[in-house]
Ligand binder design. Structure first.
Ligand code: SF4
Length: 176
C-alpha cells in the first residue's frame, strides 16, 4: 500500500511537486521485485482539494477528518483483508515523512491556522512549526484498522529529497 502521491504526485498541495508524475524509483523498484501496488486515498485532496494550504497534524486531528479517513480506507482494508485471507503477503505500507496525514517516522505540528496578513503574527506561527515523531492522522487510522483486521505489516516511508537512495533503502527493507 503506497501513499497516493507516490503514484500520482498531482494530489499534493498545488505547486509543491518535486518531480513530474510520481516517484518512479519506488514504483519501478516495487514492480521489479514482485510487489503489487495498492494506491491509498489522498484524504487531504478529498477534504480540501488541490488548492489547500499546507497543513499540520493538529489541524487535521478532528472527528470529521478522522471519519473521512475511515470512510476512504474501508474499501482498501477490505481488499487487503481478502488478499491476506487468501495467503498473500501484505508487505508494507509506504507513507511520506513530514505529511500531516501520511507521515510515518515523523509528521508536522505547530500553531498553524487562522488568517494571513497584518496583525495575525504570521512569523510566530511559522516559528512554531516542527516535526513530531508520530504517524500522520491517516496512517494512525490505517494502522488501527489493519490491526483490527488481524493484519500486521511494516510501516515504511520515503524521503522525497533523495528518492534514488531512499527507494533503494526501502526495497532492501522489503526483501530482507
Ligand atoms: S495527504 Fe498523503 S497522499 Fe495526499 S499529498 Fe499528502 S502525503 Fe500525498
Amino acid at each position: 500500500m503506497v501513499a497516493h502521491c507516490i503514484l500520482n504526485i498531482n494530489s499534493k498541495v498545488y505547486g509543491i511537486a518535486t518531480e513530474p508524475a510520481g516517484c518512479r524509483q519506488i514504483v519501478s523498484g516495487l514492480l521489479d521485485n514482485g510487489f503489487g501496488i495498492i494506491q491509498l486515498p489522498c484524504v487531504e485532496q478529498s477534504c480540501f482539494g488541490i488548492n489547500r494550504w499546507g497543513l499540520v497534524k493538529n489541524q487535521l486531528d478532528f472527528p470529521g477528518f478522522r471519519s473521512k479517513c475511515y470512510e476512504l480506507l474501508k474499501p482498501v482494508v477490505e481488499q487487503i483483508s481478502d488478499f491476506y485471507k487468501n495467503g498473500y503477503e501484505i508487505a508494507a505500507v509506504i507513507g511520506l515523512d513530514g505529511s500531516p496525514s501520511c507521515g510515518i517516522n515523523y509528521t508536522c505540528t505547530g500553531n498553524w491556522g487562522g488568517e494571513i496578513g497584518e496583525g495575525y503574527d504570521l512569523q510566530s506561527k511559522i516559528s512554531s512549526l516542527k516535526n513530531l515523531s508520530e504517524y500522520g492522522v491517516m496512517m494512525e487510522i490505517l494502522s488501527e484498522m489493519l490491526s483490527k483486521a488481524g493484519i500486521f505489516t511494516k510501516f515504511l516511508s520515503v524521503d522525497e529529497s533523495c528518492p534514488e537512495a531512499s527507494s533503494q533503502e526501502l526495497i532492501a527493507k522489503l526483501v530482507e
